[in-house]
Design a protein around this ligand. Structure first.
Ligand code: ZN
Length: 125
């Protein structure tokens, strides 16, 4: 897990957080152990912002990946924070069994399953 946290920390440094200054990094591990990273990208028009988790997911999807094991997010907060609702929904659509590990810069971590973070999720079946 240290490798994933480190990858998310490195990705976080590439965040485009010029609106809020709030940088987030994510590292998404596929079922085969490949890691895709992402950082949040902000825009003054909030509608076009994208969170680190979805940047990592979309990067992996665009490379043909479809099976995922876990995602690590890193942010500079006192307590590790979970993905936002948009990210939870999007991740759930592609990886309902995903493990979510949230970390802060001091190394504090919190683990959860995506299904626990998004109970009774909307799924188009
Ligand atoms: Zn999000």
């Amino acid at each position: 897990m240290k490798k994933l946290i480190q990858a998310a920390k490195v990705a976080r440094e590439h965040a485009c957080a010029h609106v809020t200054g709030y940088k987030v990094g994510a590292a998404l591990e596929t079922a085969k152990g490949k890691v895709y990273t992402g950082a949040n990208v902000e825009s003054p028009s909030a509608i076009s912002c994208l969170c680190a988790e979805r940047v990592a997911l979309f990067s992996a999807l665009s490379q043909g990946e479809r099976l995922f094991k876990r995602i690590v997010t890193v942010a500079e907060r006192k307590h590790p924070i979970p993905p936002c609702g948009f990210c939870r929904q999007t991740l759930l659509e592609f990886a309902p069994e995903l493990e979510v590990i949230m970390a802060n810069l001091e190394g504090k971590t919190k683990r959860s399953q995506l299904a626990e973070l998004m109970p009774d999720a909307y799924l188009f079946e």
